[in-house]
Design a protein around this ligand. Sequence first.
Ligand SMILES: [Zn+2]
Length: 122
Amino acid sequence: MQLTPIYDAEREVWHLAEAGGVIWDMVPMLTTFALTGTPDGDRLHGYRWRWCFKTELELLCSAGVFDPDTMDEPPGYLKRKGEERQAPRRDALPEYNRPKCVHGRYLDVRDCVHIACPGWTP
Ligand SMILES: [Zn+2]
């Protein structure tokens, strides 16, 4: 998506974009950076989706290639928090939008390195 970063000093977040009826922000966390998605018109309840990244650069690169219209989630995140997301036109990219664990690994590949991963079944 097209990023137009503006620092929101009041909320202490970087507002990155508005796309697909969603407000996309970068939020610094204690040890990671989070990309959050808040449906426009529902700001009262805060974000609905959140993905954590190791660095700001990884988050920005991911957000730059993320198409919220056809991609359920941005690529390359460390961990998903909040709800799982489904893109409105997810059928356009079925190979990309296969089920993933919370660490962003495809379940059918079963290569998540987290032993306690809820998506990992022996
Ligand atoms: Zn996992």
